[in-house]
Design a protein around this ligand. Sequence first.
Ligand code: NAD
Ligand code: UDP
Length: 323
Amino acid sequence: MPRLYESRKRILVTGGAGFLGSHLTDKLLAEGHEVLAVDNLFTGTKRNIDHLHNEPRFEFLRHDITFPLYVEVDEIYNLACPASPIHYQHDPVQTTKTSVIGAINMLGLAKRVKAKIFQASTSEVYGDPSVHPQPEEYWGNVNTIGPRSCYDEGKRCAETLFFDYHRQHGLQIKVARIFNTYGPRMHHADGRVVSNFVVQALTGEPITIYGDGSQTRSFCYVDDLIDGFVRLMDTGPEVTGPINIGNPGEFTIRELAEKTIAKTGARSELVQMPLPQDDPKQRRPDITKAKALLGWTPKVALDDGLDHTIGYFRKLVGELELI
Ligand code: NAD
Ligand code: UDP
């Protein structure tokens, strides 16, 4: 429903044609706001925002955030950055530029137009963690020179920039540390574990387990995550984060593979492949802060979220004729 003009916000979503950005855009439009989605379409796709073509409160701009942007907005959600290891390692220099120069450009914009600004940070700032589960106070265990460093260190530097703009220029910042999230509109070929396993199962390909599959991840369904984003943005200036947003339910990668096979009825075999360098062995968010400050807890269990995701990919696999 459109809002009255006075209560309607003009909101910039960078990475708006991506997986999370397009869901966030849907939610903000549903709340009656105006959304400007900015994206260079590196990993995002117009398919994710096609349904908004005739929406008068929506606008799309093809733009790379490593270049300055001059627009008038009230809030900025900075999500632009490739998120899957194969995509962010494809052009690692551009990945760091997107996180660091992109953050500087968006913070500069926020400063000029006095907008609140949200940063999509990541559990990767904890690296391969030696503290489990990970609270926000943990400083992490990150390799500065490995294949994941372009992403991890870029995101860490972006957090630093956000807090320096906050202290030095009084900007209202909101930093969310996102843990593995899945759901419809993930890129079918981005190599992330949920999309990989589901597409492999639906196309009858072997399910590729990296290492022995004993490493763990905690999977958050996209709707829960987006609800957490908006709650964080709507807090008062005293709440800056960083704040973990993720589902504390922890599963081994082998358990995820077995669940996917059971749910799809696939006859795919499980095959073991080498574990990528610096692959974190365990990951689970401590969400005490999100509960207390945002009144937020995830509601969608992995079984239900996987059902929705499998439904989405079943349709997509047919449309793209992947079989
Ligand atoms: P995604 O790849 O689907 O979306 C990222 C979007 O940013 C894409 O549409 C891409 O085209 C765009 N983009 C990349 N570089 C850009 C640039 N220089 N200028 C403009 N646009 C650019 O990934 P996602 O899962 O939707 O992730 C969104 C954000 O959330 C990212 O910042 C990511 O680091 C963060 N995050 C995601 C997860 C997750 O599990 N999905 C976990 C932690 C953090
Ligand atoms: N993984 C896997 N098979 C795949 C893709 C990923 O076993 O086909 C593993 C990967 O090694 C990692 C986990 O699944 O341990 C999550 O990988 P993803 O790329 O989704 O995210 P991240 O490592 O960034 O958490």
